[in-house]
Write a protein of this length. Structure first.
Length: 275
């Protein structure tokens, strides 16, 4: 199963836990009231080395560079899907071909965008330009449960209750002081992170490669530092695996389970005409 791409948009790995949706809700022509971008330019990007990147203007206009359609679908339906294996069907090119998209929003104040409206507008864009038609359903899929590993529920040595006020540790703070999860190489650092957010991050990690549900029962926010060996499975690799590090350093374990997850099923899709 494919895992979400990790660069440069790590937000894909820190999405919220999925909410179930009603099954088999078919798409149709968008109603006039649905949010949409006014002007959209779509061009093929032939550079396979360019990372997928997104930029957004204050008025809600958005530029997507080098995006695969599969990633755009995951963004548009992020309330339903958290991983690529929850997108079912469609031709192979949706995970291969890249596109540059400039989506301009209206300059009228009532149409100004916000991050929460991008998925809604993106759905309309995909219907209009890619002729995307989907329906949603649920499927039983292999997954993991993030649980406390010790019977006495004692935390690991690298996990502690956070004293950070995340409402004040915003964009003005340095990267080291901001709440959230940051990762580089074999180090994952969290500040002011609830267990559910850690579970969401692990869902997108290549070493885990499954949806992860928070079953720790923990309600607070935590600071942690997790060190593991990305090359654990390679010949000569040293250091703990991510699974071992979670248990030894944070006091968590990943337990295999099967859960019913929402899926997006592609009924039809077409390559857009470049403009």
């Amino acid at each position: 199963m494919d895992a979400m791409p990790r660069r440069p948009q790590r937000w894909l790995a820190t999405l919220t836990v999925l909410s179930l949706v009603a099954p088999a809700v078919a798409q149709d022509r968008p109603s006039p009231a649905e949010p949409s971008f006014e002007v959209v330019s779509v061009k093929v990007n032939l550079n396979d080395d360019v990372p997928e990147a997104i930029s957004q203007a204050p008025n809600g206009s958005v530029s997507f560079t080098g995006f695969r359609l599969r990633t755009l679908i995951a963004m548009a339906y992020r309330s339903e899907v958290q991983r690529f294996d929850q997108i079912i069907g469609g031709p192979s090119w949706i995970g291969v071909d890249r596109f540059d998209i400039v989506a301009k929003a209206s300059d009228q104040p009532q149409a100004q965008g916000s991050p929460t409206r991008v998925p809604e507008r993106l759905r309309t864009l995909l219907r209009d330009r890619f002729r995307l038609r989907i329906h949603t359903d649920t499927r039983n899929m292999p997954a993991f449960a993030l649980a406390v590993s010790r019977r006495d529920r004692k935390p690991g040595p690298q996990l502690r209750q956070s004293t950070i006020d995340c409402s004040t540790a915003g964009t003005s703070a340095s990267d080291a002081d901001r709440c959230g999860i940051r990762a580089m190489g074999g180090v994952i650092v969290g500040r002011g992170v609830p267990a559910a957010q850690l579970a969401g991050y692990l869902s997108g990690h290549p070493a885990v490669d499954r949806h992860v549900t928070d079953r720790t029962g923990l309600t607070g926010r935590y600071d942690f530092r997790l060190e593991y060996s990305p090359a654990f499975l390679e010949p000569g690799g040293a250091g703990p695996s991510l699974f071992t590090a979670l248990t030894e350093q944070l006091g968590f374990t990943l337990q295999a389970e099967t859960v019913a997850l929402p899926v997006v099923i592609i009924d039809s899709v077409e390559k857009p005409t470049p403009d």
